[in-house]
Ligand binder design. Structure first.
Ligand code: SF4
Length: 334
C-alpha cells in the first residue's frame, strides 16, 4: 500500500511556481491515493527560519495556505489535509527520533550549513529541522514523499533514521522515498533573475491571487530573449521566460503559433505576452473566484482542517502508542 505524505510551508499566499511545482501535483495524487494522501501545513517548522518567521502572521499564513490549496481543487473529503501543530504526536515522535540521531549527520545537511552561516546565533531547532521532518513522514508510516530536489538529502536522512529505529526496536517504519513531480519545473521568476521565489520579493513572483492588472504590469516589462533587439529579429522561445510560461498556461495550438512566430519574427513580444495573458486568465480566474468564496466563508476552511486533523489522529495515535511501547515508556490509561 502506498501512502503519500507532503509538508506544505505556511508561507501565506502562494505563487504560480508553488502551484505548478507542488499544489497541482497534490490534487493529482489525492485523486490517485485518496485517504492515503496526507498533506500537512508544517507550521512547527516555520519558526526555524528566524528571517521569515513572524509570530503575529503565522496563523494568518497557515490559514491562507490552507485556503489556497482548497481553492486550486484539493478535496479535503478525499485526502487528509491538516495543520501539523494540531497533531501533538509530531513533536513527541521528533523527540524520540532525536535521541538516536547523531549530531554529525545533522551538521552535514547542506540546507543547515547554508542557513546557519547567515545567522549570528544558530537555534538548535534549525539543526533539528530534518528530524522533525522525518517524524512528520514516519508518524503516518508514509513511504512516498513528493518533494523538490532541494529536499533529497533530508529524505535520505529520514530513511537513515527509520533504518536506525527499526534496527534498535524492531521493524516499525517503512523507509520513505522521494518522488519528484513531473511538473516540478524550475519556474523562472518574472524578473528574469533565476527561479521564482518569494524570498526575492514580489518582483520575482506572480501570485495565485494577484490581480490580472498587476500580473500584466509585471509581464509587460519582463525580460525576453535578448537576441530580439528589434521587432524584426527572430528569437528563441526556449531562451525566454515568456516562452516557458506559455508551456504552463497556453493550449498546444497557441504554443505552436507563438513559438513559430517568435522564431520567424512573425509575432512581437508584446503580442506574445498578450496571448500568454489569455492562458493566465483562464487558469487563475476560477482559482481566484473559489478563493474569494472561501475567504467569505472562513469556517469552511477551518472545518476542513479540523476534519483532516481528526483523520490524521486516527493514524498517528496508534503509531505513537506502538513507538512508546517499543521505546519502553509505561503506557497510560488515557
Ligand atoms: Fe519571448 Fe515571446 Fe518575445 Fe519570443 S516572442 S522572445 S517567446 S516574448
Amino acid at each position: 500500500m502506498t501512502r503519500v505524505f507532503s509538508g506544505i510551508q505556511p508561507t501565506g499566499e502562494p505563487h504560480i511556481g508553488n502551484y505548478f511545482g507542488a499544489m497541482q501535483n497534490y490534487v493529482k495524487l489525492g485523486e490517485q491515493y485518496g485517504k492515503n494522501a496526507l498533506y500537512c501545513i508544517v507550521d512547527l517548522h516555520a519558526p526555524t527560519n528566524p528571517a521569515a518567521y513572524q509570530p503575529e502572521l503565522l496563523a494568518e499564513r497557515t490559514f491562507e495556505m490552507a485556503l489556497a490549496n482548497l481553492a486550486v481543487g484539493l478535496d479535503p473529503q478525499q485526502v487528509v489535509f491538516f495543520v501539523q501543530s494540531h497533531i501533538r504526536e509530531h513533536s513527541e515522535l521528533s523527540w524520540i527520533l532525536t535521541l538516536q540521531t547523531p549530531v554529525g549527520e545533522l551538521e552535514r545537511m547542506t540546507q543547515y550549513k547554508d542557513k546557519a552561516q547567515k545567522l549570528e546565533s544558530t537555534p538548535a531547532g534549525l539543526l533539528m529541522y530534518p528530524v522533525l521532518m522525518a517524524a512528520d513522514i514516519l508518524l503516518y508510516k508514509a513511504d512516498t514523499v513528493p518533494v523538490g530536489e532541494d529536499q533529497t538529502q533530508h529524505i535520505e536522512l529520514a530513511r537513515e533514521i527509520a533504518r536506525r529505529f527499526n534496527h534498535t526496536y524492531g521493524p516499525t517504519f517503512p523507509e520513505p522515498k522521494a518522488v519528484y513531480a513531473q511538473d516540478a519545473l524550475r519556474i523562472p521568476g518574472v524578473d528574469g533573475q533565476g527561479k521564482m521565489s518569494k524570498s526575492k520579493g514580489e518582483s520575482s513572483t506572480l501570485g495565485l491571487f494577484e490581480s490580472l492588472d498587476s500580473i500584466w504590469n509585471k509581464l509587460r516589462v519582463a525580460p525576453t530573449d535578448p537576441a530580439r533587439v528589434r521587432r524584426t529579429d527572430p528569437g528563441d522561445p526556449e531562451k525566454c521566460l515568456v516562452g516557458d510560461y506559455h508551456k504552463l498556461f497556453s493550449d498546444d495550438q497557441t504554443i505552436l503559433e507563438v513559438y513559430d512566430g517568435c522564431r520567424t519574427a512573425g509575432i512581437g513580444c508584446i503580442d506574445c505576452k498578450k496571448r500568454l495573458m489569455v492562458g493566465i486568465e483562464r487558469t487563475l480566474v476560477p482559482i481566484q473566484q473559489r478563493g474569494a468564496e472561501l475567504r467569505a466563508q472562513p469556517d469552511d476552511v477551518r472545518d476542513a482542517l479540523e476534519h483532516g486533523a481528526a483523520q490524521a489522529r486516527q493514524i498517528a495515535e496508534p503509531v505513537m502508542d506502538e513507538v512508546r511501547g517499543k521505546v519502553g515508556f509505561l503506557g497510560s490509561r488515557r
